[in-house]
Design a protein around this ligand. Structure first.
Ligand code: BGC
Length: 473
């Protein structure tokens, strides 16, 4: 490569999510969401029974976050709306003006600083009232979400031009409604994940259509969905069984959502046939994987204006022996992802450092989905507690990853338009509470004023952002 320069107008960002940073869980008329309920139930659902009640306090300390953004020199900031802060029972029946005011202040201040907001409408924190009506397992939520999206476009769309409907439907569906380790903790093995994902895809598509039909001409913005994926490679590249398992791994993850939205409105054929066959063997009269009608397929196809990818790691894949397994989306996939022993591990055991996996995944997306514009909307490295302010390992991860992004752009012709580090701040890392730190800024959770301090990575990232260039020694 001739230089470490990124293309002009490359978007440099960092990401956060409402429940993970805001706190103020019942402030100023906010309604409860499923994570409020889940964490308040205790019972070790979250490490040390920690909650997001206070988190980074961003509901009141949002100006401190702006200082961090400024210090990094970001061009973009991705954050999510807390749905139940805006609409306490999830519906437009009652609008919480204080919640609207909060996001107005945040958006207006970002724009004054010259920072472009990228807003996620739903990042795992479903209003409890919507969950009480069936949540994502219910078809009703599709239209409730559509109305929420419409409300957000109406209220903020004069200034917000980049919308992400749903963050990581793969995790949101499976962890919340299949394994039950995420709120609301439903354990419907082999069924819940598929059903929730089905409704999320429809909700996303409807939210895209509302924008496209009623707002796009006037507001000139764009709507997408954030999909997460590992990159996967066969454990033994010469083994047909490993190669097939790797394909299944990708089809049951990235393609589960990307095929309907970016290709043809429907699930991958292999996914449909495996789940349908297994369902028959289990004596069921219909597949555990719901079907889209022809009308729904036409409605879903082509409902993303750009591709948002959350990438963290890579797996080597081999077949999973499913003979003694109960019905589950994992046994349907029939593939097991393994970490190579020589891959360095971050502060969390699932996050092996494999930057080259991102380059391969980006090329795969380019070829599978018609060379879309891609924003990497999350990528990051965790430190375990207590974290080092001199986080040299993390900066190594970022540097190597950004190098792979550059190669993808310059050598593979992938249309990558932006990169967002996860995360701006140390925050509430779901089941791991505050023990896992992904921030570019350290947050001292032991002090009442929750001070933010830049890690070494923040200072280095700021240099890359400023120069639009990776200087790699
Ligand atoms: C989620 C974030 C989470 C991050 C690190 C992503 O799956 O969108 O909310 O904190 O991964 O685990």
């Amino acid at each position: 490569m001739d230089s470490g320069k990124f293309p002009g107008s490359f978007a440099w960002g960092a990401s956060t999510a409402a429940y993970q940073i805001e706190g103020g869980w019942d402030a100023d008329g906010k309604g409860p969401n499923v994570w409020d309920t889940f964490t308040h139930q205790g019972g070790d659902r979250v490490l040390k029974n920690q909650t997001g009640d206070v988190a980074c306090g961003s509901y009141t300390l949002w100006e401190e976050d702006l200082k961090c953004i400024k210090q990094l020199g970001l061009t973009h900031y991705r954050f999510s709306f807390s749905w139940s802060r805006l609409l306490p029972d999830g519906t437009t029946g009652f609008i919480n003006q204080k919640g609207v005011d909060y996001y107005n202040k945040l958006i207006d201040s970002l724009l004054e600083m010259g920072v472009t907001p990228l807003v996620t409408l739903y990042h795992f924190d479903l209003p409890q009232a919507v969950e009480d009506q069936g949540g994502w397992l219910s078809e009703k939520t599709v239209d409730i979400f559509k109305q929420y999206a419409q409300f957000c476009y109406t209220t903020f769309g004069d200034r917000v031009k980049h919308w992400i409907t749903i963050n990581e439907p793969y995790y949101a569906a499976r962890l919340s409604y299949e394994s039950g380790i995420f709120a609301p903790g439903k354990k419907l093995k082999g069924i819940g994940g598929y059903r929730a994902a089905h409704n999320m895809i429809k909700a996303h598509a409807k939210a895209w259509h509302v924008y496209n039909t009623f707002f796009k001409d006037k507001q000139q913005g764009r709507v997408s969905i954030a999909l997460d994926s590992d990159w996967a490679e066969p454990l033994d590249p010469n083994s047909l069984a490993d190669k097939e398992a790797t394909e299944r791994y990708m089809f049951f993850r990235l393609h589960w959502f990307a095929n309907p939205i970016f290709i043809d409105g429907d699930y991958p054929a292999i996914m449909k046939s495996i789940v349908s066959q297994k369902s028959k063997e289990e004596g069921l009269t219909s597949s555990r994987l719901p079907e889209f009608t022809e009308e729904e397929k036409a409605m879903i196809k082509g409902t993303a204006d750009f591709f948002c990818l959350n990438y963290y790691t890579t797996r080597k894949v081999k077949p999973l022996d499913t003979t003694a397994c109960e019905p589950h989306s994992n046994s349907d996939t029939g593939a097991e992802g393994i970490t190579e022993p020589n891959w360095p591990i971050s502060g969390v055991e699932w996050l092996a450092v494999v930057p080259w996996g991102l380059r391969r995944l980006l090329a795969h997306i380019k070829h599978s989905f018609g060379n879309p514009e891609i924003f990497i909307t999350e990528n990051g490295f965790a430190q375990a507690d207590p974290p080092a302010l001199q986080d040299v390992h993390r900066w190594g991860y970022y540097q190597e990853t950004l190098m792979e992004v550059l190669k993808a752009i310059k050598l593979d012709g992938v249309n990558v338009k932006g990169y967002f580090a996860w995360s701006l701040l140390d925050n509430f890392e779901w089941n791991s509470g505050y023990s896992v730190r992904f921030g570019l800024f350290h947050v001292d959770f032991a002090q009442a004023n929750l001070p933010r301090t830049p890690y070494y990575s923040a200072n280095e990232y700021a240099k890359v952002v400023k120069g639009n260039e990776l200087i790699y020694k």
